[in-house]
Design a protein around this ligand. Structure first.
Ligand SMILES: [Zn+2]
Length: 291
């Protein structure tokens, strides 16, 4: 199995979250992960602990995603730290780069490719100011389309009870990008926040043909029937398993983050066929990355 949505926060970040956020001026991230906040669902893992977690859950490879930092310097620094994880276990860790699209994105992308990254993300168009910097975002998308690199975007639910620091991500942004770059492969996180429903619209469906949906943080957002329902909407070939590890997605059951609890829940309760399970846990992401 491949877990296509995990986050890489090496000890340089996780052990000093407040200092990291202050040094790089990243208040939004700190507001989500603040270790002093007992409500925070964020867990942490070292590169060794994560491999153990993967082993016990029979996950052969994980895709480390970067974060949607508000500054280029933070992205560059996190990518350096992520590269150390890739070098530590090259057969187990793949990674998508943190990119700050608003400043010199092509240079960042060329650098990330030379370091061994395989895609871009997770990006957040609102936190990272898409509307003011469309030209740069389009330059990034053009590079990714030409180089067959997928982009993973965070998507917030269109309708939400507004948890603390909830930041909406207007759906039209993603449609803008798919219209301009029809061959760009896009992974919309968190079941695309409800976008799969719009694939029932025959005018929208063709525009979403290269859009995939990941399952990151699903247990915090939807009940397990979301799997069958989204398969019915878009097909199992467009769904990609991701846990959002080391987020604690079962806060009542998990004291330390793991992948096993979510995988068990899917395998016991989502009612997937063998074929659907193979696609969602492995084949779809392999095809996307030509693994
Ligand atoms: Zn996300």
């Amino acid at each position: 199995m491949i877990d296509a949505h995990t986050h890489c926060f090496p000890p340089e970040i996780s052990d000093n979250a407040v200092q990291w956020a202050n040094t790089y001026n990243e208040p939004h991230w700190l507001s989500l992960v603040d270790p002093k906040d007992k409500q925070s669902l964020q867990g942490w893992a070292t590169k060794e602990a994560m491999i153990q977690t993967m082993d016990s859950a029979h996950v052969s490879q994980s895709i480390q995603l970067g974060w949607y930092w508000e500054h280029k310097a933070t992205c560059l620094k996190q990518n350096e730290l992520m590269k150390e994880w890739m070098d530590f276990a090259p057969m187990r860790y793949l990674a998508f780069a943190s990119i700050y699209p608003n400043e010199d994105p092509i240079h960042q992308l060329d650098l990330a490719r030379s370091m061994g990254f395989k895609g871009v993300g997770e990006l957040h168009p609102t936190i990272q100011n898409y509307e003011e910097n469309k030209t740069h975002w389009f330059a990034m998308a053009e590079w990714c389309e030409a180089n067959k690199w997928p982009i993973n975007f965070h998507v917030s639910e269109g309708l939400n009870v507004k948890y603390p620091n909830f930041t909406p991500t207007p759906f039209d942004i993603y449609l803008d990008i798919t219209k301009a770059f029809p061959n760009l492969k896009i992974i919309l996180s968190h079941w695309g926040g409800g976008i799969p429903f719009f694939e029932l619209n025959p005018r929208l469906k063709p525009l979403l043909k290269n859009v995939y949906y990941d399952t990151a943080a699903s247990p915090l957002l939807y009940d397990i029937t979301v799997f069958r329902n989204v398969i019915n909407l878009v097909g199992s070939e467009k769904i990609i398993f991701g846990s959002d590890y080391p987020l604690r997605v079962y806060p009542k059951k998990q004291t330390t983050p793991d992948m096993q609890t979510f995988i068990d829940d899917i395998q016991s309760n989502a009612g997937l066929s063998k074929k659907e399970s193979d696609q969602i846990f492995k084949q779809n992401i392999e095809n996307l990355l030509n693994l």
